[in-house]
Ligand binder design. Structure first.
Ligand SMILES: C[S@@+](CC[C@H](N)C(=O)[O-])C[C@H]1O[C@@H](n2cnc3c(N)ncnc32)[C@H](O)[C@@H]1O
Ligand SMILES: [Zn+2]
Length: 199
């Protein structure tokens, strides 16, 4: 029987400081956009605002960051979750890009990380090959805040009050795909509060 050839794993390349600086400079440039800028937000902290009218489906800004494998992604996601339990914050920075890789955008050279959530967002995160773009889901007027749906599940909705200010605001940061469960949990919590009040 022929001897099986040992599969060679690709070597993880360690970049020199100069190479790393060039990598960051390249990503920083890619993460900039001529149609938005960072300003103080009425929703929360800093946000991203349109500096001109933006058409539907236009790429507003690229969401840049570092590629991490799924194991590292899981570890970072838990760390963010634990922090959010302590602070009540609701940060979302990690995007799934392939079976193997996720993209962690929690880096200061990624202004798109400052985009706030809205219950009636004007953008969505769309993937093209291994890149993530924030693109407009409807026409956006100059000076409008750029928002997208954080897609949070309903389980810990009470920890994440929403301040998006939209007439469609449901009061909490919950993704549109989790609204059914959210309504159920809210109904249950209301019934429990009423039965306690009756005692
Ligand atoms: C990914 S950051 C967004 C940038 C943030 N505004 C900042 O200045 O760092 C996520 C943080 O913004 C807050 N945030 C985002 N959207 C929000 C909303 N609709 N209502 C309340 N807080 C929001 C969350 O609580 C979380 O702490
Ligand atoms: Zn809202």
């Amino acid at each position: 029987m022929a001897k099986k050839k040992k599969k060679k794993l690709p070597k993880k390349k360690t970049l020199t400081p100069a190479e790393e600086a060039r990598r960051i400079a390249k990503l920083t440039k890619r993460g900039q956009s001529e149609c938005v800028e960072v300003r103080g937000s009425e929703i929360h902290g800093r946000g991203v605002y349109a500096t001109r009218d933006i058409e539907v489906e236009e790429h507003v800004i690229e969401y840049v960051g570092n590629f991490i494998d799924k194991e590292e992604s899981e570890r970072r996601a838990w760390a963010l979750y634990e922090e959010s339990e302590k602070t009540g914050g609701a940060a979302v920075y990690i995007f799934n890009v392939s079976k193997k890789w996720d993209l962690d955008g929690d880096v200061e050279w990624n202004p798109a990380r400052l985009i706030n959530h809205s219950c009636d967002p004007n953008c969505e995160a769309a993937q093209a090959k291994k890149r993530i773009y924030i693109s407009a889901t409807r026409p956006i007027k100059k000076d409008e805040e750029i928002t997208f749906d954080y897609g949070f599940d309903a389980d810990s909705y009470a920890d994440h009050p929403c301040l998006c200010g939209s007439p469609k605001c449901i009061g909490y940061i919950v993704g549109k795909d989790h609204l059914k469960k959210f309504r159920k949990l809210q109904k249950k919590a209301k019934a429990e509060a009423e039965s306690v009040a009756e005692e």
